[in-house]
Design a protein around this ligand. Sequence first.
Ligand code: TRP
Length: 334
Amino acid sequence: MKKTILTGLRPTGNLHLGHYFGASQNWVNLQDDYEFYLEIADVQALTDNFDNPDKVRKNVKEITLDLLSIGLDPNKVTYFIQSQIPEIAELTVFYSNLVTVARLHRNPTVKTEVAQKKELFGTEGESITYGFLGYPVSQAADITAFDGEVIPVGEDQLPLIEQCREIVRKFNNIYGETLREPEGLLSANKRIKGLDGNDKMGKSLGNAIYLVDDEETITKKIMGAVTDPNKIKKDDPANPDVCMVYYYHKLVNNEENNNTICSECKQGARGCVACKRELITRMNEFLSEFRDRRKYYEEHPEEVDRILKEGTEKARIKSKEQLHKVKKAMKIDY
Ligand code: TRP
């Protein structure tokens, strides 16, 4: 029997190359070999966007289109919307007794996000809600509602999987062996740098290339990418290892071309503008199959609705089974 994958995404914005190379490319590779549940985590998105329901609603569609565009085949992958699975909300309530508030504050992913919010809004008390602090508990419910065994995610998500494992162990200790401890699975690329050379590509950092970016946008962004600051003139020799243009060539261009680019750059035989032009071509080639699939689904919105509706129905069969097991173990199965 195939093992079960459960993974998800918050619908707060479109997918960029950081998401793609950091996690979702791996999902495409795994879809044949697993029973695959893919959650559009709108409830989780609302924990810190509760005052912006339009944004979340719009991005459920956008994220679904992005995921379809990269080739996550709806015949292999069960797409579903978190808010339409009430069992997840019930499990969240039960698990919330098994986690201390102090432990949630110590969760490294939560800690990073709290620090970001402090920077944006000032004091923590004003911006950190009960629901936001508790989202790792809700994520443990996401995973266990589908008996998830393998959880392929970006590296920033590992503390949330560890938190889920702790909840599972505690649950099983108290109520008897019921739930499975999931395993995280990282993709080879892990973290993708931004156009500005920042260690992380991120929406809030303004340094991302999105899968939906059109040719004009790609041109503008790549023309502005950071190159070796010591290279002043076109034929100065430079260091490709500090150049973001070379960094992205390595992601989307082939090895032979990249070897040429690297040696020409070191010899001063390659100008940055020409090198950027070539990257623009390669990036557009790389994105073209995504654009084609996206266009198809944009023209067939009723098909996208059906994928989400049928996926959610299928997902509920599993989540109902899991909730039943949990309530029985907790002796609340009236
Ligand atoms: N927290 C993930 C993100 O930030 C989304 C997510 C929700 C998730 N539930 C999940 C990931 C369960 C893996 C497993 O994008």
